[in-house]
Design a protein. Structure first.
Length: 353
């Protein structure tokens, strides 16, 4: 329903222009076609009546009629034909049988968060009245994670009542220790035997990744390997998920630094956000080995969903591009199919925790 802001058009013109004379009771020469109209209707009063030929109808108190307001209106009228006149009155009822519309969306909050259930709730109605909704029923417990319901009620002055029910989801607040425990529990309960859980308390980050590295690519003075999984971070008591691909290049001359990652399958292609870390050189047998470590993160919702589609596709391929225009490609063999299925399953389970 839309609130109607249409000015009333009232015409006191004649039903017809020509006069041909009349006889008998003049009131019988005017027929009232409508006695009731819906509030908010744009109406010309003369359109409510039908006059015989040669009969004029005018209203003395037309200004008192308001189709934007519910009520019963008595209209004083004069009927004229030739030299005859008759005064009479008609009743027009403006009614409202349309229920107010409550505009409210589902709510998501976190444990112990305070939230006004009437925030952003609005009501529209054809009557044009300013109507406020009330909470008629609710069972929300903001101290306990779960799904709850709230029912709203709104009434207009005509007694029409509108209702709407929404869902309130209370999500648990996360701590690093709870995240680590939940991740381990999911891997255990779902028997995700291809995955392992690692945690870094300093960064409050949990890694859930495949147990095995992908095949190592060797080049002169360098070798390169990578591993796929999830990086989950606790930020402001909430989880921030990211698709994680750890990529390592170890070389003698610090030439290779991975910069971009493309993940492909028959389901599509996506490019990473990235952040590169060059680790301190490691001395082995008197030789300095430089390791470039890159976490490719997909952190926004759109990329996460797309990466899930790609992971469930066929012919998964990782292309990693370095600062010196090297391209390292990894075709995921069938033996890793189960690993990617388990990564998808873990993500889905954690999303519903």
């Amino acid at each position: 329903m839309r609130k109607m802001n249409i000015g009333l058009l009232i015409a006191t013109g004649l039903c017809v222009i020509s006069l041909t004379g009349c006889s008998g009771d003049l009131t019988e020469k005017v027929k009232q076609k409508q006695t009731r109209i819906q509030v908010g209707t744009n109406i010309n009063l003369n359109d409510l009546f039908e006059c015989e030929e040669g009969v004029q109808l005018g209203f003395k108190n037309a200004d008192s009629f308001n189709s934007q307001k519910v009520g019963s209106y008595s209209l004083d009228a004069t009927i004229s034909a030739d030299s005859k006149q008759a005064d009479t009155s008609y009743i027009v009822d403006v009614y409202d049988d349309v229920v107010p519309e409550i505009n409210a969306e589902d709510i998501v909050i976190y444990e112990n968060d305070e939230y006004d259930l009437l925030k952003d709730v609005t009501v529209t109605d054809n009557s044009g009245e300013e109507i406020e909704a009330t909470v008629s029923e609710q069972n929300v417990d903001n101290k306990k994670a779960g799904e709850y319901s709230v029912k709203y009620l709104a009434s207009d002055s005509s007694g029409n009542q509108g209702e709407k029910q929404i869902k309130v989801t209370v999500k648990q607040k996360w701590t690093f220790s709870k995240l680590k425990k939940t991740a381990k529990q999911i891997v255990k309960d779902k028997k995700l035997d291809k995955l392992t859980v690692k945690a870094n308390s300093d960064k409050e980050t949990v890694w859930v990744e495949s147990k095995n590295f992908f095949d190592i690519t060797e080049k002169k003075d360098a070798f390169y390997y990578m591993i796929a999984g999830w990086a989950i971070v606790v930020e402001d008591n909430k989880l921030s998920n990211g698709l994680l691909v750890n990529s390592f290049i170890t070389d003698l001359n610090d030439y290779h630094t991975p910069e971009k990652l493309y993940i492909k399958s028959n389901k599509g292609k996506i490019i990473s956000d990235s952040s590169t870390y060059n680790l301190d050189p490691e001395i082995k047998n008197g030789v300095s080995l430089y390791t470039s470590f890159l976490q490719f993160l997909f952190t926004d919702e759109e990329k996460l969903k797309k990466s899930m589609d790609i992971f469930q596709g066929d012919k998964i391929l990782f292309n990693i591009y370095t600062n010196d225009n090297n391209n390292y490609s990894y075709k995921v063999s069938k033996k890793y199919r189960k690993t990617f299925d388990q990564l998808v399953e873990f993500y889905n389970e954690l999303s519903h925790s």
